[in-house]
Design a protein. Structure first.
Length: 396
């Protein structure tokens, strides 16, 4: 049985048809984002302006529209390594306190405008020290920006809460230092820790001291694993390092067999991930760019959702992928026929998996996410009633 036919059956399972949400419904639906890189989500115009203000000389284009197109084209190479090269320019303009505050504030504003009500945004403090900032000054500037962005969003009629994930670069040797930094700021806007960067040649086990430290401190961490590299990366992240979540984790599909008759057999690792409800931070558009999937319809998210893995939908890098949470869901709705019920399932999954206290997660689910989807569903019901009534009168 092909992946395409498998996902068609998944679309049938979701009940596509008249209940397919419109782009407006998708945008207004309360969404939860767990995997978004601060340096991958700048506005093109902001990159141009910050380059001019900070004296950064390396931009390939100085027109915002042309620069935005350049980022997308450079990221469409199908190679994770080439994809990561685009960050030299965004990181290059994020080397001052004012730049970090601005980028973080605009990040929160843009996510709120897109209907995101809770986000965990990650960045690597060690990459923002070129002009003399300390690690602490970087964290405090980003936190200030997030709070400012939350205020601006509120003034514009949107609600969002943003937590920071501090990332250590897996090719460097500062992971324990960054883990200790995350722990110091854990009640001041930082909600967890991550490692990122090219997977091949840089296994997560190189950073065991950081993970062991965080476990002793009862702190949370996610690990980029199973994106460009396969099952060994996922296994190490879970069984050696003890990750709470998997950043991407899309290659868990390699441990799942789909037979001609439609039956599915999970390998030991895939069964463990599903049984333990380990969250997968899937990023469909990014996965297409880095070669982890050939199309949205063939993306493993369809099968993983049907098999009830703890799947979440994420953006990864909004600038490079020319995407946002609404656009990600638009692609999935088109590919799999997902409804508002499916969107709510993904959003609740993500909120359950967030790195904030349980009572706060529960409040977000019961007081924000579920009521938001209920309101959208009630609108659809009244629209359908009005449409049916009008049709009946016309027929009469």
């Amino acid at each position: 049985m092909t992946s395409q036919s498998t996902e068609k059956s998944a679309a049938a399972h979701t009940g596509a048809g008249p209940r397919t949400p419109s782009p407006d419904h998708i945008r207004r639906a309360p969404k939860v984002l767990l995997h978004d890189h601060l340096d991958g989500g700048l506005r093109p115009g902001t990159v141009v302006e910050l380059a001019r203000e900070t004296g950064y000389p390396g931009l390939p284009e100085t027109d915002p529209d042309l620069l935005g197109a350049w980022f997308r084209q450079a990221a469409d190479s199908g190679s994770l390594e080439r994809y990561l090269e685009t960050f030299s320019h965004t990181v290059g303009v994020m080397q001052t306190r004012d730049a970090l505050v601005r980028v973080a504030a605009e990040c929160a504003e843009d996510l709120a405008e897109d209907g995101v009500v809770y986000a965990e945004v990650r960045y690597a403090p060690e990459q923002h020290l070129e002009k003399g900032l300390t690690l602490e000054e970087v964290v405090e500037a980003v936190n200030e920006g997030f709070r400012e962005g939350e205020r601006r969003a509120r003034d514009n009629g949107h609600r969002i809460r943003v937590g920071a994930l501090l990332t250590a670069m897996r090719h460097a040797a500062r992971s324990l230092e960054i883990a200790e930094l995350a722990n110091r700021y854990r009640d001041l806007g930082v909600v967890g820790f991550d490692i990122a960067g090219a997977e091949a040649g840089y296994p997560p086990t190189r950073h065991l001291d950081a993970f062991e430290y965080l476990k002793r401190e009862n702190n949370h961490f996610t690990i980029h694993a199973g994106e460009a590299f396969g099952l060994p990366s996922i296994w190490q992240a879970l069984q050696w390092c003890g990750a709470d979540r998997l950043g991407h984790g899309v290659r868990i599909i390699d441990d799942i067999q789909v037979h001609e008759d439609g039956s599915v057999k999970l390998g030991r690792l895939a069964s463990y991930v599903r049984d333990k409800r380990i969250p997968l931070e899937l990023c469909p558009s990014s996965n297409l760019q880095t070669g982890a999937a050939d199309s949205y319809a063939a993306h493993p998210i369809g099968l993983l959702r049907r098999l009830h893995f703890r799947v979440t939908v994420n953006t990864d890098n909004r600038l490079m992928s020319h995407t946002g949470m609404s656009r990600e869901f638009e692609h999935l709705v088109e590919a799999f026929g997902y409804t508002l019920d499916d969107m709510q399932w993904f959003s609740v999954n993500a909120m359950k998996s967030a790195f904030i206290p349980f009572d706060e997660r529960l409040a977000m689910i019961n007081d924000v996410i579920k009521p938001g989807y209920a309101e959208l569903k009630s609108e659809w019901l009244f629209q359908q009633t009005a449409s049916t009534s009008g049709s009946s009168q016309s027929d009469g």
